[in-house]
Design a protein around this ligand. Sequence first.
Ligand code: SF4
Ligand code: SF4
Length: 415
Amino acid sequence: MSSFTHELRDRLSRLRPRISAGFENLSGLKPAGVDTSSIRKPGFCCLGVVDTCVLKCRMCNKWKSDLYVRDQRKPTLEQWKRVISQLRDLTDEDFEIDFGGGEALMLPGLLELVRHAADLGFTTTIASNGWLIDDELARRIAASGLSKMILSVDSLDPKIHDTFRGVEGTHKRVLAAIDHLHRHRRDDDFIIGICSIIMEPTLPGILDLYNWVKTDPRLRHILFMAVMQPNNSEERFDKAWYDRDECHDLWPRDQARLDAIFNKLKEFRREGFLISNTLPQLEAQRQYFREPESFVKTSTCNMDTALHVSAVGDVFCCFKWDILGNITEEGTDVRELWYSAAAEKARTSIRNCEDNCHFLLNCYFEAGYPFEVKKNDQPLREPTPGNGYLRTTSPTGSSCCDRGAPTNSSTTMSG
Ligand code: SF4
Ligand code: SF4
């Protein structure tokens, strides 16, 4: 067992009395008149700590002013910490908190939040484009107790990566970030993973990315995301967004080539866990590229167990449904919100949601959802924080990537 695992176990045993005390008190936070017995614990949490970015990606408009958010509230570090502490009472011991953006590292004090979460025994993930990670920041990240850093690399070709990330030199900076993080890592329990967006310009190099991660001992995983309608663009779930002039070159159209690549990815995934997507998720992405308009859920949406907090402090399960509260308001307690009548109403809406929403393709993807899969496509043993693998069920951002939640919510999340 590594020293980090020892350290984590020690921390947990020191904290356990605090955690148990919280659980005992939780019954007092459940409102009278609401049947809480069927309410599941959160299965996913993304704190979208900032809603802006240093890059200017073609496939994400997080760097532009949000079209719908007029609220300028910014939670303080103390308010973020309070949420994290309250979450401890709502969640299982190995629960993962994803810190998302925009570019999450733009939040001054982010690593203080990571330290706070790590001290409470959470697994912690930051998704980043790598731009800000110089040697000094890498040292501080490694010292913060962070469990996983997921960096965006869409292509091994710097020209392709930089063109679509909108800022020259991004590729060089993210590769340098890997060097810095590796130099300062505590031990192998600190995971550096890669997240890559499958789109027309990156498609030819997708298998090269896989081979790079396979042969580079510094890297543990690669997660593939399907390109989606850019965040913060005009109409959410705009039909045929990929045919718009500004998006046309993002969308892969050669079905035979897509099939060949997805078949390979699925083959590699069957061999092990280097690819952190599940097999059904890869199949769902392939189907999405084939027929984006007929991507329809065949089961209820699992976002009813997600807990998001946006950069302005709004708390919600899914961006489309009711806001449960705001953490900048005096007395807000996410434990109470989770068990509130408003949350139950939102969960009912989520379970009945008929949006042809692609959000779940990349984030918080539950195995088997949304397509039936052939027997030999059944997921292998799923990665868990405990065995050092990335959970693939993460939003937008969150989170395994630095792309935020879908576009145009008045509570735009980010990751
Ligand atoms: S995809 Fe990531 S790096 Fe690019 S603008 Fe969006 S949040 Fe920033
Ligand atoms: S909008 Fe998407 S993520 Fe939200 S409830 Fe509907 S299907 Fe689920």
